[in-house]
Design a protein around this ligand. Sequence first.
Ligand SMILES: Cc1cc2nc3c(=O)[nH]c(=O)nc-3n(C[C@H](O)[C@H](O)[C@H](O)COP(=O)(O)OP(=O)(O)OC[C@H]3O[C@@H](n4cnc5c(N)ncnc54)[C@H](O)[C@@H]3O)c2cc1C
Length: 525
Amino acid sequence: MTHDFDVLIVGSGLAGLSAALHLAPTHRVAVITKRSVSDGASGWAQGGIAAVLADGDSFDAHVQDTLVAGAGLCDLAATRFVVENAPGAIAWLRALGVPFSLEDGELHLTREGGHGARRIAHVTDATGAAVQRTLIDVVRQTPGVTLFEQHTLVDVITARKLGLPGAQRCLGLYALDDATDEVLTFRAPQTILATGGAGKVYLYTTNPDTATGDGIAAAWRAGCRVGNMEFIQFHPTCLYHPHAKSYLISEAVRGEGGQLKLPDGTRFMLDHDARAELAPRDVVARAIDFEMKKRGLDCVLLDISHQSPAFLHEHFPNILAKCAELGIDITTQPIPVVPAAHYTCGGVLTDLAGRTDLPGLFAVGETACTGLHGANRLASNSLLECMVFAQAAAQAIGAAPAAPAAKVPRWDDSRVTDADECVVISHNWDELRRFMWDYVGIVRTNKRLERAAHRITLLQAEIQEFYANFHVTRDLLELRNLVQVADLIVRSAQLRRESRGLHFSRDYPDMAAPAAATILVPPVA
Ligand SMILES: Cc1cc2nc3c(=O)[nH]c(=O)nc-3n(C[C@H](O)[C@H](O)[C@H](O)COP(=O)(O)OP(=O)(O)OC[C@H]3O[C@@H](n4cnc5c(N)ncnc54)[C@H](O)[C@@H]3O)c2cc1C
């Protein structure tokens, strides 16, 4: 079946839904999303959204804090653009009905690490969930938007791939419908990738299952450049438990005196940094990684049991309840934790309107590399980036000349059969995520990167064979994308012969001059 729209948006996180709402008054929009509309990282964001809203704060200060975090690699124009549009983005959310936390009728602003002022607008400690709830409600009542849940992007369709004469451009996409196992054709002159990050490429991640780098891999296959893929932000403390997936233990636990310990109860952070548990995120993550690798540990312990039960109930009710569910009483026991992949700073290269290298294809949100984050993301800048670039992309699409609809063939699966050995897929998923964790994690070396590159080459061949011969499934599509993204991360890391921001190499421990982004150029698609 072929669907025709003016704009296709892949992903229903904050980036995708914001773009849909900006476009809906004037365009017929399809939002294609691989699970339910509410699945994705946006709903999991806890802290909030950064914007200059307080007296005494300034755009220059927010820009400066972002540049410092980005360790010399932020694009100044992109940073200014996002910062200056932030108050408008918050006003837009308020107008839609997001119930931000208030104090005396004004927005209550918190302060987070790296920010020199109070500038984080939030909805208690569950900002993303409140924002997503509001946007989903509005989208459902917006006639111009058609929602396709349980539909997974397979690939974008380009004129060159179809062998059409004339200029190269994006003509639409193929998506797998879970309900029928059929690959559907979606045609539109404009497509926006808003598929989020790629945290699932690592064994431990704070990201939801949807974060498999699909948009990055699809854009790369369609001929778009990607940038800065080596910069993966690791959160130092994610709950480690066989039955707990991706549960983040807030940094506030260390802020309130939580101590990191080895299984025998020895504190170790002071051996790594004079600021101990209060050292910056990347320092703590590296220290935990060091201790785990040196001693062959599965996890370390975060102990906050010196605080009274009343204090813990008041300050950390959610963490307390989650741990209790798993049989851990944090009032008397330490919490097992590991560092975990948290945010993908790199992605598909875009301009200030979210345009990629492929005409007719945009990338917005965590899937994009706009230049805002540089070598390290400043807390609470990412939800903001989703909204600012979604609006910019919608404006660019609104101003674009109409493109004639092209004839697009239906998906051809006449030469493939059903897979007989699905175990290959689950095995390869596990293998990939484990070696990426061990070899391309928080601390890298030339040797480890070489090992990872070697394994990726083997996996790519195996998966390509599977893809060519069998009906596609969501697991296979995600694995294919994860391996592609792993390859991009490793190649970017190998090109960076220095340590900067989130990329730390034992072979090149110092920062080199001049600072330059890592840009990978795909083979001609
Ligand atoms: C635990 C946690 C806490 C965070 N806290 C904060 C915070 O306080 N402040 C902040 O600014 N940032 C925070 N972040 C980061 C922020 O949440 C993300 O960067 C942001 O939500 C990304 O939004 P997005 O729309 O780009 O992607 P997502 O919200 O992840 O949405 C991606 C969408 O694409 C869909 N999708 C993916 N692949 C396909 C495919 N092949 N086909 C169809 N659909 C597909 C997914 O199902 C999903 O709907 C946090 C992240 C995590 C994980």
